[in-house]
Every structure is written in C-alpha cells, then in structure tokens.
Write a new protein. Structure first.
Length: 225
C-alpha cells in the first residue's frame, strides 16, 4: 500500500484532469454509480473509501446535498484536493488511512468507492467486503465503480487492448501515457467480475447486481437486506 500511496501522492494534481482521457465513457460510468445510489431521508450517512480527490463524492452530493459524508483515502495529497473541492461545506469528514485496517465506522446508508478496491489483493478485497457489510445499516447499499479482469485469458487481453487503444488515441503525452500504463501493470490487481459478485453474496448481501460494464470497467451494487 505504500507504493500505491506514493504513486497517487505524486499524481494528485493531474488526477482529475486525466480521468476523462483514461476511463472510456467516464460520464456514463460514474453516472451509473450515482443512479444506483439509493437512500432514505434527506441526510444519509455516506462513506467513500479510496475517495481520492472527491470526484465520486461530488457527484453523489449532487443527488444527496444534505448527506453526512466521510472521505477515506491513504493518500494525503489526494484528500488535500478533496478538502479544497468541498471547502465550502461543513458536513464533510476526512480520514487519511489504509482502509484495509482502519475501522470503517458507521452505520452508513451508503458505502461508495471508485477505482480503488482493484488495487487490493484477493484476500484483502474479500475481507473489505465483509467490513463494508458490517458498516452498513439494514437496507444500506454498497456501490463500487471499479475494474474487473476478463473471465478468460482471451477476454483479459481484449480488454487490455481496448484500454490501450483508448488511452493512445487521446491527447495525453507519451510520458503521461507510459506512466498510466506503468501504474496499471504494477499496481492493478483485478479480479473476475464473477468472483466479486460471489464474494458479495457470501458476505450476506441480499441484492447483488451489475448496473454498468464496459470491458474492464464495471459498477456493482449490493444491498444489505
């Protein structure tokens, strides 16, 4: 995790500006995650794990402007940008920590995450899903906009080729492109979508589904019954 923290500390200033050139159909991707977020009442308690600069949280706050929001991330530099983004709000809490081991707190109406959990090991992902289930209120939802491996070696390579072509066609410099691919090849630890859905069900989530999928990029939803 130190390697992940250092990498995102270094790129914090460029992170938001590069997203649209790294993630295909970025607006539909995040839009599906926000659409799937459902909570009762005007002031839901929401936890964003791996919150980064607060990009996902900002979109969710448009839907739930009165939410009590906690942003948790291992990168202090990324959360510093989130603090700037939400400097006009007084109902935001920031936690600089490794969410694998830091108590998640709760109970929450929603736990959200975007492009973070795929960095974890297989065992850490499974353990985190258990922790999220425990942190949610009955009826609470876990929304994860993340990455998934192909179900076979064929599709894994096809997904990588699709992603490479998207990044290459964009306006990023060769140096930026190579750094993005280097991070992907060294930091990403994608798991099959089928495995992730099974883990969520094993944790006790009663309603589990996929609301968006574009090759590697997926949005899963799980509700605690």
């Amino acid at each position: 995790m130190e390697q992940i923290r250092d990498a995102f500390d270094r790129i914090a200033q460029e992170y938001d500006g590069q997203r649209v050139h790294i993630i295909p159909d970025l607006h539909q991707y995040y839009g599906a995650a926000v659409w799937a977020a459902v909570a009762e009442g005007p002031h839901p308690a929401i936890l964003d794990i791996g919150a980064g600069t607060g990009l996902m949280s900002a979109l969710v706050l448009e839907k739930f402007p009165g939410a009590a929001l906690t942003l948790m991330d291992i990168s202090e530099n990324m959360l510093a940008l989130a603090r700037q983004r939400f400097s006009h709000l007084n109902h935001i809490r920031y936690v600089v920590s490794d969410y694998r081991s830091f108590p998640l707190g709760g109970p929450y109406d929603l736990v959200i995450s975007a492009l973070s959990i795929h960095h974890l090991s297989r065992d850490d992902k499974h353990q985190l899903f258990h922790g999220i289930f425990s942190a949610l209120k009955p009826g609470g939802m876990f929304i994860n906009a993340d990455q998934a491996d192909g179900e076979t070696l064929l599709f894994r390579q096809m997904y990588l080729d699709y992603w490479d072509n998207f990044v290459t066609r964009g306006p990023l410099s060769e140096k930026e492109r190579l750094e993005i691919l280097r991070r992907r090849d060294t930091l990403d630890r994608n798991e099959k979508l089928s495995s992730q859905l099974c883990w969520l069900q094993e944790c006790g989530f009663s309603d589990v589904d996929v609301v968006y999928k574009n090759r590697t990029f997926i949005v899963t939803v799980a509700r605690k019954g």
